[in-house]
Design a protein around this ligand. Structure first.
Ligand code: AR6
Length: 181
């Protein structure tokens, strides 16, 4: 499924983000940039040790922010490591922090002049963010960004959802949001 905003595309696909050929893929990292399971583990496995080495040099990243490394052996030239919040009931600023993790990634991509980027569903695995709420924040943040940054070099923003269920939740949210824009 895809929608167009200011001649830029937001595209939902189901699959494995490590296979994406966009300029950058986004990692759902932790604030120590220490690697882990889920999409983080998959990216480090597929990208090789160079990514972890660069992460070690950077040292860490606060929740709600992102940092960039090379893509190692991946097809993507860069990995943007975004740190989403751990979900603790929704009353600890989680929504703002999740939005900020997406925005920080988009800003880094824009500064680097990237044309395409792929996001996973940040925080909805190990960090426990309910996916319906998270999809609303993720998609709204990207749609607003594309609307407000006409001159950004970013032309394509993908969401790569790992399971058919995750894809269906994002597709439903996107349909709803697109109707109201
Ligand atoms: N491609 C796309 N999405 C994937 C892939 C993949 N190859 N593998 C998993 N997902 P999670 P979080 C989905 O747990 O909740 C790590 O240990 C997965 O189905 O990866 O932000 C880090 O080091 C889920 O929908 O990230 C952190 O400590 C989504 O990616 C912590 O987990 C996010 O799940 C971050 O937790």
């Amino acid at each position: 499924m895809e929608v167009t905003v200011n001649q830029k595309k937001l595209i939902l696909v189901q699959g494995d983000i490590t296979k994406q050929e966009t300029d950058a893929i986004v990692n759902a990292a932790n604030s120590r940039l220490a690697g882990g399971g889920g999409v983080d583990g998959a990216i480090h496995r597929a990208g090789g040790p160079k990514i972890a080495e660069e992460c070690r040099k950077i040292g860490g990243c606060p929740t709600g922010k992102a940092v960039i490394t090379s893509g190692g052996n991946l097809k993507a030239k860069y990995v943007i490591h975004a740190v989403g919040p751990v979900y603790r009931g929704g009353t600890h600023g989680e929504a703002e922090l999740l939005k900020s993790a997406y925005l920080s990634s988009l800003e880094i991509a824009e500064q680097k002049g990237l044309r395409s980027i792929s996001f996973p569903s940040i925080s909805t695995g190990a960090y426990g963010y309910p996916i319906k709420e998270a999809s609303q924040i993720a998609l709204e943040t990207v749609l607003d960004y594309l609307m407000e940054h006409k001159d950004s070099p970013l032309q394509e923003v993908y969401f790569v959802l790992y399971t058919p269920f995750d894809y269906s939740v994002y597709a439903e949210t996107l349909r709803r949001l697109a109707e109201h824009k």
